[in-house]
Design a protein around this ligand. Structure first.
Ligand code: MN
Length: 567
């Protein structure tokens, strides 16, 4: 019987949702032939295990009702109220996202963020992850095409997303489930290469474990647990790829995890372990002093253990352990039993700018809650408030600050698109150029050849890069439209088959000859085969022009150098 029936009384919203979903999916079967409702229960049980609130568990039970049955979101709102309806709506919407075939890393990263922002509430993302976990666990019943698709999305989007949220265990589980579908040969090879020694490794850990325990006790340390852990296949395989597929070079095939009460004890355990077995130089990693970007804390060391076998030992507190396994979900659970001073250290040391802004933002709002309810409120994606995500006509997702306009978008696409922007269509409708973009808008820029940016734009653009581009274009424009009394300009054009450092070499030529560059633009042609650099300077004497041309032509891979006098 489901834990949901034993843990929640019949009057609870969870039990009501249970009955409602059971009715709604009554006649539906999954590809495996099982009643569809079993899937809903599994997802809800996972959400329950993660200790999310009752609204989340109810929403998990209901997550496929609107999509698959005749029930509408209004029905959900009527029966269960706005909060649960909001969560279910978020989950239904996430189903509609079209995932790209194959994308650049940055675009995938944007897509992950987009999912979060689109979901509006982090609970939606967590329920989605639980849904994805069960889909992956039951993937064998699907067609090959759908298996491949699901596995790809899981490996590229959902496992990293879980990792970012600090849910390492889930992330690893998702990766392992996707692995055989993403790379069947690699997976088969690994299974064959590793299983042979698997039993030996178990026997080995059985010999080592009592030794660790004995020495800890002798030093007055009472560990909470000492576990041997097997390395995840997907992460092992990734590591092997970096080590010439040589299993001998992998040191953490056998790893122990020692969990103790306090941070002081963590370091004490490290001392005991190092006295017992010599550490490998350079392999002690103190993620307590310097947590990983996703908040992970632990001490790792690699030692020459019994029979000179190299093993890894991980040392952490119970709290760190739960955070490592459960991430953001653990926080809420912890909140109920610990006072707030204990968690202070968690986000310290999270510094890696840019890439990790989510985590930093999480850490900021984390300071504000002391109650579980406050945390649930915080789970609303307030921390994404300052970013929006819009879509290009080619379905690329562009990440911009709140308040950004079509001009910001245009400059993000390309400098020339920015300069030549005369209008925009949002979701196919024409809007003013200072229109405030919203998440999910499909943005198309209308351009006109030869158009120059206007000073007025500086009034409303939100991104620094747009501001810079506009300003530098205005500077050139003001030079170009000077009165006759002022000197004219010269323009050099250099076409290069894109050798490395080309732009730098060009500017060095001018710098060495003490010529001021008044305007500089670098472009690539449509096939990206050539780089074209345009440079404008004051009018130079004949002799100096000769020198410039000579030096520019000497730059490797240069195809063409031309110049003219501009008016
Ligand atoms: Mn589902």
């Amino acid at each position: 019987m489901s834990v949901l029936l034993t843990q929640f009384d019949p009057e609870s919203v969870v039990r009501k949702a249970y009955e409602f979903a059971e009715m709604a999916h009554k006649d539906e079967l999954r590809e495996s032939g099982e009643p569809y409702f079993i899937h809903c229960v599994k997802v809800a049980e996972t959400v329950y295990e993660w200790k999310l609130d009752q609204s989340s568990i109810a929403a998990a039970l209901l997550h496929d009702t609107v999509e698959d049955t005749s029930i509408t979101n209004k029905d959900i709102a009527n029966y269960f109220g706005n909060e649960i309806a909001f969560l279910v709506e978020g989950l239904t919407k996430l189903e509609t996202i079209q995932y790209p075939e194959k994308k650049e890393t940055t675009e995938i990263e944007n897509l992950r963020r987009f999912i979060i922002s689109f979901a509006k509430d982090l609970r939606v993302v967590l329920i989605k992850l639980a849904d994805r976990l069960h889909n992956m666990q039951t993937i064998s019943h699907l067609s090959k095409e759908r298996r491949d698709r699901l596995a790809w999305e899981t490996a590229e989007i959902y496992a990293p997303l879980a990792y970012r949220l600090g849910m390492q265990k889930l992330s690893g589980e998702l990766e392992d489930l996707a692995f055989p579908h993403i790379d069947p040969e690699g997976h088969a090879w690994l299974m064959n290469a590793v299983t042979e020694s698997y039993k030996d490794r178990i026997r080995y850990t059985e010999r080592v474990r009592p030794m660790i325990l004995k020495h800890l006790v002798k030093n007055d340390i009472k560990p909470i647990t000492v576990d041997a852990r097997a390395k995840r296949y997907s992460s092992l395989y990734k590591k092997l790829l970096r080590y010439e597929m040589d299993l001998e070079k992998i040191y953490d095939l056998v790893a122990f995890r020692i969990i103790v009460d306090t941070i002081e004890e963590c370091y004490a355990v490290l001392g005991v372990v190092h006295k017992l077995w010599a550490p490998l130089p350079g392999r002690i990693k103190d993620y307590i002093a310097r947590p990983k970007p996703n908040g992970y804390r632990s001490i790792h060391t690699t030692v020459f253990c019994v029979d000179k076998k190299i093993i890894e030992i991980q040392i952490r507190t119970q709290e760190m352990h739960e955070e490592a396994e459960m991430g953001i979900a653990a926080h809420w659970a912890y909140q109920q039993i610990r006072n707030e001073t204990k968690k202070k250290a968690l986000w310290k040391g999270v510094k890696n700018k840019g890439e990790l802004t989510w985590i930093e933002q999480l850490s900021n709002w984390q300071k504000h809650f002391t109650e579980p309810e406050a945390f649930m409120r915080a789970l609303k994606t307030d921390f994404f408030k300052e970013r929006i995500f819009v879509i290009t006509p080619h379905n690329d997702i562009i990440d911009l600050p709140v308040g950004a306009t079509p001009v910001d978008f245009a400059y993000r696409i390309h400098t020339d698109v920015g300069h030549q922007c005369i209008g925009a269509k949002i979701n196919k409708k024409i809007v003013p150029i200072d229109y405030e973009l919203k998440s999910g808008d499909i943005v198309e820029i209308i351009t006109q050849k030869g158009k120059k940016p206007s000073e007025d734009w500086l009034r409303f653009v939100k991104t620094e890069s747009a501001r810079d581009h506009i300003k530098s274009a205005l500077r050139v424009k003001s030079r170009l439209f000077r009165t006759k009394a002022e000197p004219e300009l010269m323009e050099f054009k250099i076409v290069n088959q894109d050798g490395p450092g080309f732009l730098k070499e060009v500017t060095t030529v001018f710098g060495d000859l003490r010529i001021n560059i008044l305007y500089l633009q670098s472009q690539t042609d449509h096939r990206k085969a050539f780089s074209i650099v345009t440079i404008r300077t004051e009018v130079l004497p004949e002799a100096k022009i000769e020198k410039v041309l000579l030096k520019l032509r000497k730059i490797p891979n240069t195809k063409e150098v031309t110049y003219k006098t501009e008016r």
